[in-house]
Design a protein. Structure first.
Length: 288
């Protein structure tokens, strides 16, 4: 069985790679530059040059593949939603043309809305494109990554956790490693049909609760501070982002407010074990 994965150096993809190799698989890794792969992995994988934004390259790189992990990378383009949708078209074409039996797509909580969730709308377009192939597809609708906390280390060093989300609204937080475990399991074991499943992490947390967790795990006070949507827009504009890029980011907050409830409820199937305190102590504390 040939399993192919994209983004093998990413927060999720790197852990999927490790899990597959340790399970005895010899995965095909699709990378823009295979030379960037850690040399330790090279004898354990088939590294193939593939730009995910090149439809013909995706088609060629996935020939003979039975199971595929597709993670849509962030493209720094004027319209991120359109970029994700375009890449979704590339993978759907490859799935249909190459007869790929099973595809695991890393989507997001909120994609079920289909419209009105900012950049997540691009993932929704990919879900739709893959579903239209008629092949077996699993959409992993992941919660808010623990690793998103790495994007504002300067503020955390100052003891502030900034967000445009309400501070008292619980939402699912998840360790990317746990998402990878779910993805790897689905890649390794045959199944059929089109479905979506959430990966909600161990518990729903508010940003106020996350600040308390970080205070304990980091050994320094951290307080949650809410930014207005306009302040967020201004900060994004100040670093040179265009209007569509800004609205794609802001929309991920505004679109999942006001009573939004994930389509897949929290259950034994959607709850994963890794906790935020353990992750923060291992990954954040050494950086701060």
């Amino acid at each position: 069985m040939t399993i192919a994965i994209t983004t093998p150096r990413g927060h999720v993809g790197s852990h999927v790679l490790q899990r597959l190799v340790q399970a005895g698989a010899f995965p095909r890794v699709l990378m823009r530059d295979p030379g960037a792969l850690d040399p330790a992995w090279r004898e354990h994988v088939e590294a193939v040059a593939c730009d995910q934004d090149d439809a013909d390259a995706v088609l060629a790189a996935t020939r003979g593949v039975e199971a595929l992990l597709w993670v849509s990378p962030t493209l720094h383009e004027a319209d991120p939603v359109a970029a994700h949708a375009r890449l979704g078209g590339h993978v759907a074409r490859a799935v249909a043309a190459n007869g790929i039996a099973r595809t695991v797509f890393l989507s997001s909580v909120g994609a079920e809305k289909r419209h009105g969730a900012g950049e997540i709308d691009g993932l929704a377009r990919t879900e739709e494109a893959l579903d239209a192939t008629g092949a077996s597809v699993l959409h992993l609708r992941a919660g808010y990554f623990f690793s998103n906390l790495l994007m504002d280390l300067d503020a955390l060093r100052d003891g502030v956790l900034r967000t445009a989300n309400p501070l008292d609204a619980p939402m699912p937080w998840v360790d990317p490693r746990d998402i990878a475990e779910v993805a790897a399991g689905r890649l390794l074991h045959p199944w059929q049909g089109r479905r979506a499943t959430a990966v909600h992490g161990p518990e729903d947390l508010t940003f106020a609760q996350v600040a308390d967790v970080l205070t304990s795990a980091l050994g320094r006070p951290v307080r949650a501070e809410r930014m207005s949507d306009d302040d967020l827009r201004a900060s994004l504009g100040a670093v040179g982002l265009g209007e569509a890029q800004i609205e794609a980011i802001v929309g991920m907050s505004t679109g999942l407010r006001d009573g939004f409830v994930p389509e897949q409820p929290r259950s034994v199937l959607t709850t994963t074990p890794s906790t935020l305190p353990g992750w923060a102590h291992a990954h954040l504390r050494p950086l701060l």
